[in-house]
Design a protein around this ligand. Structure first.
Ligand code: HEC
Length: 145
């Protein structure tokens, strides 16, 4: 009996150590982003980037939120500052039209899985639609050199 509970304790220690190291070094938890200052978009996913035509203060806020949202959640795969290092596609190159919006929406909602391996997580499970369109708007604003 005492042997069993010793094993049990080891198991618990082991599991907590493992989850601790995952939290510290493993998959980076997407950061939630405060988008309360942006025009709210509702639950249903839109087909067009709703922030593309905004101007003035709304545009400034959208770009600021998009830049930090991108750098916290996408840059580790898609490259710092939007410039791909080759691991994942360069998102500045997505067309800024209906097709580009549709493809963007498809990928952020479905992620990318090949042969059961997750290449890109479903980002819409972690980030709001507001955050994801702000990121798209910022990407469109970055110079394509
Ligand atoms: C863990 C790595 C990873 C993270 C994090 C990630 N992606 Fe991706 N993403 C990929 C990979 C890999 C592909 C290519 C998938 C393929 O072609 O099968 C991809 C593809 C895409 C595409 C399609 C691009 C194209 O040209 O076909 C879009 C759009 C996209 N990602 C957006 C995002 C956004 C926005 C974020 C952050 C909110 C993000 N991704 C976070 C790895 C990632």
């Amino acid at each position: 009996m005492s042997k069993l509970s010793f094993k049990h304790k080891c198991l618990i220690a082991c599991i907590s150590f493992f989850s601790y190291s995952l939290a510290a070094h493993g998959p980076v938890t997407p950061q939630s982003i405060d988008t309360s200052e942006l025009p709210q978009l509702g639950e249903e996913w839109l087909e067009r980037n709703p922030y593309r035509s905004e101007t003035g203060d709304v545009r400034k806020k959208t770009l600021a939120i998009g830049a930090s949202g991108y750098n916290q959640n996408c840059a580790r795969c898609h490259g710092l500052g939007g410039v791909s290092g080759g691991i994942a596609p360069d998102l500045r190159m997505l067309a800024t039209d209906y097709d580009g919006d549709e493809w963007y929406g498809y990928r952020v909602q479905n992620g990318a899985v090949r042969n059961g391996a997750v290449y890109m997580p479903k980002m819409s499970e972690h980030l709001s639609q507001e955050a994801l369109w702000a990121i798209r708007t910022w990407l469109e604003s970055v110079e394509k050199n």
